[in-house]
Ligand binder design. Sequence first.
Ligand code: 5GP
Ligand code: ZN
Length: 120
Amino acid sequence: MRDDNCIFCKIANGDIPSKEIYEDEEFKVILDLGPATKGHALILPKNHYRDLYELPDEAATKVMLLAKKLASGMTQKLNCDGFNLVQNNGEAAGQTVFHFHLHLIPRYEDDGQTLGWKAM
Ligand code: 5GP
Ligand code: ZN
């Protein structure tokens, strides 16, 4: 379930270092290299799935439950005012790394970002 040419496979499985904020058997959560806001995190399955179409139902359920848990922790820890949970699916939608991931982006009043469906 790995693609040797995939940077997120390497990060999720520890071959390339990253700023990790959470890890379990199936997922790794890291800070984005080019954060949209302070605390911008990426939730990566350790297995390689290109996009949401390839993500098995069981992994889809787990990743959403994990996002929910992390969002609560993040809100408390960073004292953010809201968050965006984003998945860019396909090149036309702005996906640049073809290993499924969710962006969890803390939002702060007056953070100056205009994230929406166009952003990232
Ligand atoms: P996408 O455009 O595919 O939805 O998101 C890819 C995200 O991965 C971008 O926000 C980009 O900043 C981030 N990214 C790309 N390469 C790396 C990397 O090597 N390390 C980390 N931590 N983030 C990366
Ligand atoms: Zn991969």
